[in-house]
Design a binder for this molecule. Structure first.
Ligand code: TYM
Length: 408
């Protein structure tokens, strides 16, 4: 496939341990996920200091902590988005969620927090796809249940603070049956992608259902602006920027490959690393393992217990050793979590210094994290409680969105 690297997503690290990153499996090598190798293998670009500076200039504010700390670390065509934006051309944001569980976990929040930030600083429209169809196909879920979960999860997403005048959230089950343009674009993509390509990009095989083989086109088409006639009319020339964790990249490598053949623009992307599971910094937090995850529905007590009991520690075996050699912040899950959620750079640097020098103990570090996360989750739950069914209906109704008319 021209211009993009699309080989199988499995690779051998030096230690001969297989690293595998697909939208459905994230398995780290022995030394954790090698993000440099992923950039090489997927053919994306690192977000380098020059690009960070450019983002700062264009947005006129210091980069979000996710950028400062290389949590969003990779991109495709981000410069093009900035060039267009500076030239007065509009763009829109597209992200999504596969509703497979009642509650979302902290890892799922990462792209939504960043997308909200991008919506605020660029003042652009946003579409959010709820792939209830994907989860029906991949999980042991009834169709009605996947559909219900799409609406439940939409409440968590709305609670992130998106602007209803600029945000359209849709369930695939709803939108595919109500918007002819959606299915038309899906068909155009399907005609361009062979079974061989789907096998090589996604690792699917002859024994996978035809539902799975046909699905990737559905996640592809929200990248094309004319999929949303209520928002963009028949314009196919509005640039799309997709924030997501890097596990979703295979969908968009495929999308970027077919876009020019359909006369559409290739979507741009910004990729994040994975928010790790409690057991260690090597994998990603996963909803299917409750002990590895902190859910947005957890009580303060549950958060405390999970961190105290399960958060992998980079501390030493005993107090004496720890005081002497200090802890390892690369391995310590509590410290890693703070890099995602503690905004104060100076405080984070102080914690790193104190922990690595042995002045701070694992229990003390965990205490800092417990407070940060309890506050975050309680605030989220309060905002979620105030999300009414009427608000959900508003967000999920196809309609025109407000965006800067001067940029149209
Ligand atoms: P899903 O529901 O698996 O995940 C939703 C979003 O969260 C990201 N994510 C994570 N980010 C950081 N750390 C983690 N541990 C973690 N786990 C998940 C995912 O990358 C995703 O951005 N097929 C998609 C839904 C979808 C979508 C999209 C996602 C449809 N269109 C466009 C991104 C962009 C899915 O099942 O996501």
């Amino acid at each position: 496939m021209a211009g993009e690297t699309t080989d199988s997503t499995t690779l051998q690290t030096e230690a001969e341990v297989e690293q595998e990153v697909t939208p459905w499996t994230v398995q780290a090598g022995k030394r954790g996920i090698d993000y440099n190798r992923l950039i090489e293998q997927f053919g994306s670009q690192r977000i380098d200091p020059a690009l960070l500076k450019r983002i700062e200039q264009v947005t006129k504010q210091s980069p979000h902590r996710f950028l400062r700390r290389e949590i969003f670390f990779s991109h495709r065509d981000m410069q093009l988005v900035l060039d267009n934006y500076e030239g007065g051309k509009p763009f829109y944001l597209y992200t999504g969620r596969g509703p497979s569980s009642e509650a979302m976990h902290l890892g799922h929040l990462i792209p939504f927090i960043f997308t909200k930030h991008l919506q605020d600083v660029f003042d652009v429209p946003l579409v959010i796809q709820m792939t209830d169809d994907e989860k029906f196909l991949w999980k042991d879920l009834a169709l009605d249940e996947a559909y219900r979960l799409a609406y439940e999860n939409a409440k968590d997403i709305i609670a992130c603070g998106f602007d209803v005048k600029k945000t359209f959230i849709f369930s695939d089950l709803d939108f595919m049956s109500s918007e002819p343009q959606f299915y038309r674009n899906v068909l155009k993509v399907r005609k361009c992608v062979t079974f061989n390509q789907v096998k090589s990009i996604f690792g699917l095989t002859e024994s996978d259902s035809t539902g799975k083989i046909a699905f990737p086109a559905v996640q592809a088409v929200p990248s094309f602006s004319n999929t949303f006639p209520q928002i963009f009319g028949d314009r196919a020339d509005i640039f799309c920027l997709i924030p997501c964790a890097i596990d979703q990249d295979p969908y968009f490598r495929m999308t970027r490959d077919v876009a020019p053949r359909l006369g559409y623009l290739k979507p741009a992307l910004v990729h994040s690393t994975f928010f790790p599971g409690l057991q260690g910094p090597k994998g990603k937090m996963s909803a299917s393992d409750p002990n590895s995850s902190i859910f947005l529905s957890d009580t303060s007590e549950q958060i405390k217990t999970k961190i105290q009991k399960h958060a992998f520690s980079g501390g030493r075996d005993n107090l004496e050793e720890h005081r002497k050699h200090g802890g390892d912040t690369d391995l310590d899950v509590s410290y890693q979590y703070l890099t995602f959620f503690l905004d104060d750079d100076a405080k984070l640097a102080q914690i790193k210094e104190d922990y690595e020098s042995g002045r701070m103990l694992t229990g003390e570090l965990k205490q800092v994290l417990i407070q940060v996360l309890q506050e975050l989750v309680v605030q989220h739950q309060e905002r979620r409680k105030s999300v009414t069914d009427e608000m959900v209906r508003q967000f999920m109704t196809p309609r025109p969105l407000n965006f800067d008319a001067a940029r149209k």
